[in-house]
Design a protein around this ligand. Sequence first.
Ligand code: GUN
Length: 282
Amino acid sequence: MTARIIDGKAVAAALRAKLARQVATLPFRPGLAVVLVGDDPASAIYVRAKDRAANAVGIAARTVRLPADTSEEALITHIARLNADPSMDGILVQLPLPPQIASQAVVEAVDPDKDVDGFHPLNIGRLASGYPCLVPCTPTGVMKLLAEAGVALEGAHALVIGRSTIVGRPMGMLLLAGHATVTVVHTRTRDLAAECRRADIIVAAAGRPQLVRGDWIAPGATVIDVGVNRLPDGRLVGDVAFAEAVEIAGAITPVPGGAGPMTIACLLENTVTAALRRRSSG
Ligand code: GUN
């Protein structure tokens, strides 16, 4: 049997349309600052996409471009200015940063109430505690795809592959909050294939092209592929061997067009959430 394809592009488009309708009813335009340091080509593409998508739903997005040799102190001064700017509801600093800048210091410099990436330790701590907070965008997008696909979380064995602060760790916390039994695996896990075979839900976020093979997947399992990897021949592939997995899984996301489009849509949602919270708390 062939798996059902979970269409992240369509789910993301529906979320963006809903946000555009919501923003149109507001008496103000939510503001978003996207900070890009240096000229990493992949980061430049992501930042342009975020800026465009935000403006398309009515968010006033502004990209702050800083040279690659910007000091940590200068970047933190920029962030302090954005923190103090009442027209800015969300602040996002695109990662990775150049080597002279410690990303921890930068992440901690962003006002937690404007932290639309959900990377600030206060927001991560709130998430771990089960308190309301701004939640990282990619894991939030994965949860929406699982809901859209009608996947029951309660009691399910969910496997997260990868332990990054951007995806793996918050993903595990969200699945746990949804009452799944969660396992997080990583590069030092002894038998990855065996862990996969036990899973009802696999979220692959390892950054390793086609790591998860078809025969690692339990028949009927749900597979969400967060990986985006460029092969030497130029092809874009995920962390899952899609052609094999699609024959075994019950439902699966493609790459591209699966989890990817959800990340930006959830960033826009976080920006609207931050704007409403800030303006209602005065
Ligand atoms: N770099 C890779 N993913 C992300 C993300 O979600 N947010 C930011 N700020 N940088 C990233």
